[in-house]
Ligand binder design. Structure first.
Ligand code: ADP
Ligand code: MG
Length: 429
């Protein structure tokens, strides 16, 4: 591998304004890309991966730190840096060929040269025969190929990809990944380095030479893993699986230590984890062969859960004091074991106690309802409060999560039509 440096990110920070202060999304991010490398940026949803990629693409500015591309400070989008998104906004009124050419027009490339390069890119990415098709006539996989062609046609030096395969079905995604890797390994791409964002550990191990793991809240590079396998890689190889497991354990351990260290505040973001999923996980873990303790990667595989599904459940179970995380294992607390033994009504009651004790937002809703004469309160009452701390969409999502748990626990009811909380049909005080 040549040591020529393509990209250097030094102490990059980025925050977004909130009513009170700032949401620090990226904190002190450092990374380097050398020629010949495919590097993965792995992290949970919301950890700031897209924000970092947009900074590197010159689409937004960091609030601190520096980005250098080919040894020069970056200011705005640099020529030679192309981006592939999860889904592309193709121009529906343009053909495949015209869509691919569109990227070159902006660069002032002449008509004949545009045509020549677009046809070459279309050929390279396996779209020949579809030059005159319109986007609506294409499958999702073919549309994504047009997106790739549009990125490749500018002959980029650095290719940035933001979860480029995650909107595709499993088989299409694998085909496209393999095609891209083949082009790369046969040196048929002008690209010198690829930075790919993903929340899929297997995808990162399948594709990358090096993986940077980004922690959440704030995003920071918490681990760097070299992938020692040659391409093409075999997902079924035991060493491949072991590396996937190691990364899994690293991510969950680190994230959960962070989660337990932070007790929830009124304005904390809450993942919308279903009570069914929590109950199901508690039951599975309480029963043999686990008997209250399991290896997280193993349980994830057994239950067919991805990082973005399992981590939030595990995290909420910790917040609710139903589980602890230790060295890649998940352990049920005594209350969770009780929960597994209980029938429906006792479960609800136990859940209610934990919800009110550990989730301040749930306790606050209940308190407001108790204090109000009619025991009712509109959703906006709490949405506005949360929006001081969270983005609008995060606030709504957090409220939805608490509504689901509160309904299950029967600590309040909520009417979807009128968007009001009340204590109607609620047992107890
Ligand atoms: P990821 O790609 O890892 O899922 P993002 O970079 O999209 O994460 O987002 C990280 C955090 O930054 C989220 O909490 C998101 O709500 C917030 N965020 C991203 N873009 C903006 C923006 N333009 N304004 C306010 N908050 C934002
Ligand atoms: Mg993203």
């Amino acid at each position: 591998m040549s040591l020529s440096e393509i990209l250097r990110v030094t102490r990059v920070q980025r925050g977004f304004k909130r009513t009170y202060g700032e949401l620090r999304v990226l904190d002190d991010v450092n990374l380097r890309l050398a020629e010949g490398e495919i590097v993965g940026l792995l992290g949970r949803s919301g950890s700031g991966k897209s924000t970092l990629l947009r900074i590197i693409a010159g689409l937004i500015e960091p609030s601190g730190g520096a980005v250098e591309y080919l040894g020069k400070p970056l200011s705005g989008p640099a020529q030679g840096v192309a981006m592939v998104f999860q889904t592309f906004a193709l121009f529906p009124w343009l053909t495949v060929l015209q869509n691919v050419e569109a990227g070159l027009e902006a660069l002032g490339v002449g008509a004949r040269e545009r045509r020549r390069r677009a046809l070459a890119a279309i050929d390279l990415i396996g779209l020949d025969g579809f030059e005159n098709a319109y986007p609506r006539e294409l499958s999702g996989g073919m549309r994504q190929r047009v997106g790739f062609a549009r990125a490749l046609v500018v002959n980029p030096t650095l290719l940035l990809m933001d979860e480029p395969f995650s909107a595709l079905d499993v088989l299409t995604a694998e085909t496209l990944r393999t095609d891209l890797l083949d082009l790369w390994n046969e040196r048929r791409l002008p690209i010198k380095s690829i930075l790919i964002v993903t929340h899929n550990i297997e995808e990162a191990v399948f594709m990358c030479h090096r993986i940077l793991v980004l922690s959440s809240n704030p995003g920071r590079v918490m681990a760097e893993i070299r992938v020692p396998f040659a391409h093409p890689r075999d997902r079924l190889d035991p060493t491949f699986k072991r590396l996937v497991d190691d990364i899994y354990a690293k991510m969950i351990t680190r994230e959960s230590i962070d989660a337990t260290r932070k007790t929830l505040a009124l304005g904390s973001w809450l993942p919308d984890v279903s009570t069914n999923l929590m109950a199901g996980l508690i039951e599975t873990l309480a029963a043999p062969p686990y008997n209250g303790k399991a290896d997280l990667p193993e349980i994830a595989r057994t239950l067919h859960l991805e990082v973005d599904d399992l981590f939030p459940v595990a995290e909420m179970m910790q917040h609710l004091n139903f589980a602890h995380m230790r060295e890649g294992d998940i352990l049920l607390t005594p209350s969770a074991r009780q929960f597994a033994e209980y029938g429906t009504q006792e479960r609800k009651q136990l859940f209610a106690e934990h919800l009110l004790a550990h989730v301040p937002l749930a306790a606050s809703i209940r308190r407001v309802l108790n204090e109000r004469p009619g025991h009712r309160a509109p959703r906006v009452r709490f949405a506005q409060e949360l929006e001081d701390f969270l983005s609008d969409s995060a606030a709504q999502q957090t409220l939805d999560a608490v509504i689901n748990w509160g309904r299950y626990a029967e600590i309040f009811s909520y009417n979807d039509q009128t968007e009001t909380f009340s204590l109607e049909d609620v047992e107890g005080d």
